[in-house]
Design a protein around this ligand. Structure first.
Ligand SMILES: Nc1ncnc2c1ncn2[C@@H]1O[C@H](COP(=O)(O)OP(=O)(O)OP(=O)(O)O)[C@@H](O)[C@H]1O
Length: 269
């Protein structure tokens, strides 16, 4: 006879990849985050939206292993965790793509793609980087994500900002990330380039990754997001599923809604 209780237990595949629950963070006396909760599931995009100083960077730093939370719980696939370093986050499957990407501009795209994880051939004194494999893999991995670069030999510094973000996303997918955290990937980009990057964010989701998209742009968030977590001065001002939140309402909330109305009263002559 089957045990009803046992049936109700969450299956491992239902467990969120990442789950923050009631997380707070202080910098000395400054409360940067208070009681923040969010979940990241495979094949879903969770958008974290907030104005300057809302706590978005602090949240990223906790998830990517740069800082530790002071209260609440941080779970990775159900297991309570405190990450000691970005390396540990990466080993646990959490890859973070920062806005100011750490790339070597004069090195070719393929070299940057494998930076720090270069495959080698040969043994002992004859051991050397496997350039052929790196070139071929970079090309095929970019193509797999739908990124058609003219030439993987060109210095990465010659790519547009959007293309560089796209390469970083493809790199995280290739190296087996389960969770992809993107720090304002479209902030410095024009409309067209932003669209390109959002397409690859969606491609990472389609590859089964759980994505955390940090942004202050409600239009970009609403295009790709499945869930929206709104931060305001370090606290959570809302958390919605896409079906619960129209774009207009998201824009209104991000524009400061009532604050903007107050301001318009003050500015009226
Ligand atoms: N190292 C630090 N020491 C002290 N206070 C900090 C530190 N880092 C951030 N803060 C404070 O914590 C709060 C949240 O900052 P955070 O950088 O996380 O916000 P943000 O949403 O990323 O803002 P922005 O979009 O401007 O980068 C702010 O009030 C900020 O001044």
């Amino acid at each position: 006879m089957s045990d009803r209780k046992h049936e109700d237990l969450p299956m491992p595949e239902d467990l969120p990849l990442v789950e923050l629950s009631g997380v707070s963070k202080f910098y000395g006396n400054i409360k940067a985050l208070e009681d923040i909760s969010l979940t990241v599931h495979p094949g879903r995009i969770t958008c974290v939206l907030g104005d300057n100083g809302a706590g978005k960077s602090t949240l990223i730093k906790i998830v990517s292993g740069l800082h530790q939370h002071d209260a609440g719980t941080f779970r990775i696939q159900g297991e309570e965790t405190r990450l000691g370093s970005p390396r540990e986050a990466l080993d646990r499957g959490i890859a973070t793509v920062y806005q100011d990407l750490a790339v070597v501009p004069l090195m070719p795209v393929w070299r940057n793609f494998f930076l720090g994880s270069e495959p080698t051939v040969g043994w002992g004194p004859l051991r050397r980087m496997d350039v052929r494999t790196m070139r071929r893999t970079t090309r095929s991995e970019l193509l797999r994500m739908g990124i058609d670069l003219r030439d993987v030999d060109q210095p990465i510094g010659t790519l547009s900002g959007g293309e560089r973000q796209s390469v970083a996303i493809a790199r995280a997918v290739h190296f087996g990330a389960k969770v992809l955290v993107l720090d304002e990937p479209t902030a410095a980009l024009g409309v067209k380039q932003s669209g390109v990057v959002l397409k690859y964010v969606a491609a990472a989701r389609d590859a089964g990754l759980g994505v955390v998209l940090i942004t202050h742009n409600p239009h970009h968030a609403h295009l790709v997001g499945d869930r929206f977590v709104l931060l305001k001065r370090g606290t959570m001002s809302g958390s919605y599923e896409k079906a619960e939140l129209e774009l207009d309402e998201l824009v209104r909330q991000m524009a400061g809604g009532s604050e903007l109305e107050e301001l318009s009263h003050e500015l009226r002559r």
